[in-house]
Design a binder for this molecule. Structure first.
Ligand code: PAF
Length: 282
């Protein structure tokens, strides 16, 4: 596995690989790998000649009081894990090489950024869309794989490549969970042992909602109220950021579940802001 830090060097190499007829897959990450990241790599590995993984904690997608400064990292461990999963190139750019001090170009998809995480993290998706575009322009991949835990991010990136005619095939990969049902996340390291015991209730509550929908309940307000009560009873001290039922593709709020739907939640459990989601199609 080769480690590349210079964006220009990666772009030149990708241009060369493409000219040789090689296909390239990219898995964009912010590092501190867990099995969720590793499964994205394994999936991408199957689909291209060359697998590039980017590791960059993108400052522009963090708000002022968010965890940018404390975001977990362990590049040595990540490099070892990436190599074991068959990664060919690990791209670890510096902040300065990705953003000029006078950086002033942004990519925005307001329609898909206005609900869910976009409400409480107003600059987040502008940062994500911009860095993902820059990574696409640098690594020049044919395909890119993203996790479905960040469902809104995935939907927004799909819309972005469609709208901007970016020739990258975007693929989603199902959420990887611990046996307890807790979705894997780099931020799970913030959880205490006690919090880790109750955090799986996040998904269990969503499963309860799905059962209620299967029994005929279609009113989003009632379903959201039941889930709020479930979290209050089962995750002591937690604070709900949002519980929302949306259309899975355009992330618009659904008052009633009549077709494809996704319930997405963000809940603060101690120091960790956890997100999860479940498709609850009728
Ligand atoms: O999902 C992530 O880890 C990040 O949002 C991404 C896509 C790597 C962009 O920084």
């Amino acid at each position: 596995m080769e480690i590349i830090r210079n964006p220009q060097e990666l772009q030149n190499l990708s241009l060369l690989l493409r000219s040789e007829g090689k296909t390239i897959a990219l898995v964009p990450t912010m590092g501190f790998f867990h099995e969720g990241h590793l499964q994205l790599m394994s999936e991408a590995r199957k689909q291209a000649d060359v697998l590039i993984v980017s590791l960059f904690v993108n400052p522009t997608q963090f708000g002022e009081n968010e965890d940018l400064d404390n975001y977990p990292n362990d590049i040595e461990r990540d490099s070892k894990l990436a190599e074991e999963r068959g990664v060919d190139i690990l791209f670890i750019p510096s902040k300065g090489s990705m953003y000029y001090p006078t950086h002033s170009t942004w990519v925005e998809v307001p329609e898909l950024a206005k609900n869910l995480c976009g409400q409480s993290r107003p600059v987040h998706f502008r940062g994500v869309a911009t860095i993902v575009t820059k990574l696409f322009m640098t690594a020049l991949p044919h395909i890119a794989v993203f996790g479905e835990k960040d469902w809104q991010q995935l939907a927004l990136i799909k819309r972005m490549v469609r709208d901007l005619n970016i020739p990258v095939n975007i693929q989603g990969h199902p959420i990887v969970r611990e046996e307890s049902g807790l979705a894997l996340s780099s931020r799970n390291v913030y959880l205490t042992e006690e919090e880790k015991k109750v955090a799986p209730m996040l998904q269990q509550g969503l499963q309860e909602m799905k059962k209620a929908v299967a029994k005929g309940e279609a009113d989003s307000a009632k379903l959201k109220k039941s889930l709020t009560d479930f979290y209050a009873a089962n995750i002591p001290g937690s604070q709900v950021d949002y519980i929302e039922i949306v259309h899975p593709e355009n992330i618009s709020i659904l008052e009633k579940i009549e077709g494809p739907a996704l319930c997405a939640v963000a809940v603060q459990v101690g120091k960790a802001r956890l997100i999860d989601n479940l498709q609850i199609n009728v």
